[in-house]
Design a protein around this ligand. Sequence first.
Ligand SMILES: NC(=O)c1ccc[n+]([C@@H]2O[C@H](COP(=O)([O-])OP(=O)(O)OC[C@H]3O[C@@H](n4cnc5c(N)ncnc54)[C@H](O)[C@@H]3O)[C@@H](O)[C@H]2O)c1
Length: 249
Amino acid sequence: MKPFERLFDFSGKRALITGAASGIGEAMARAFAAQGAHVILADRDREALRKVASDLAPSSQSHPFDQADLASIEALAAAAGEVDILVNNAGIVVRAPLLDLDWADLRRMVDVNLVGPVALTRLVGAAMVRRRSGTIINIGSQMAFNGARHRSVYSSTKVAISQFTKTAALEWGPHGIRVNCIAPGRTITALNAALLADPAEYETGLQRIPLQRYGEPADMANVALFLASEAAAYITGHTVVVDGGWILE
Ligand SMILES: NC(=O)c1ccc[n+]([C@@H]2O[C@H](COP(=O)([O-])OP(=O)(O)OC[C@H]3O[C@@H](n4cnc5c(N)ncnc54)[C@H](O)[C@@H]3O)[C@@H](O)[C@H]2O)c1
């Protein structure tokens, strides 16, 4: 175990973060880089990806990819090389009443939020298992804990990613791999821009949160640092809800 003052020092570690061009993933990329990691940034938004990567140079590399496409995921895993920390963060939401949800949107949410992270975890995790070293953090959602109006499929993918976390932790624990999940509450990012721009939605949401503020991407990044660090050496298979208390009621 590292001495206390070096628990959050990630020097010499390689962290692969998906969805790193924006919001929570970008904050995580910046946080891991600030703590000494070499960050491998992956996203489908090439322009935004380039900008974050250049801010973090020289301790970064970037790979455009589409988490809905298996060939693209395989190419990312091959290009990333050895990975110590994998953060499966990229995700999408399409809000619609169940009967109005478009079939293509439904399939895409399942592909991006569930099938893609599972595929990437298998590819990157295989090498971790061989080396008997590594840790994985999935990004779920508070929406996995309650019924979620107009997010039937989105919330289902997030329940599934928490469950996948448990099983991967169970299977790979004996190989020295920890797998955990962060379930963010409503966080101020592009994903929520339309929702947060609606004054009625903004107020109603805020009233549900005991800590009386929406989450910041840095709130999630700090927990990712903790879960990836040796401070969390005995935590695996867990979903940490980071929501200011939203799900308590
Ligand atoms: N913002 C919230 O309130 C909130 C709450 C709970 C969970 N989450 C989860 O947090 C994660 C990050 O979301 P965010 O709020 O930072 O959103 P965001 O939209 O700011 O960032 C998501 C990133 O993922 C990338 N991405 C989307 N689809 C992709 C694909 N097919 N291939 C590769 N990259 C893709 C986007 O280009 C973007 O850069 C998501 O999994 C989301 O479900 C967010």
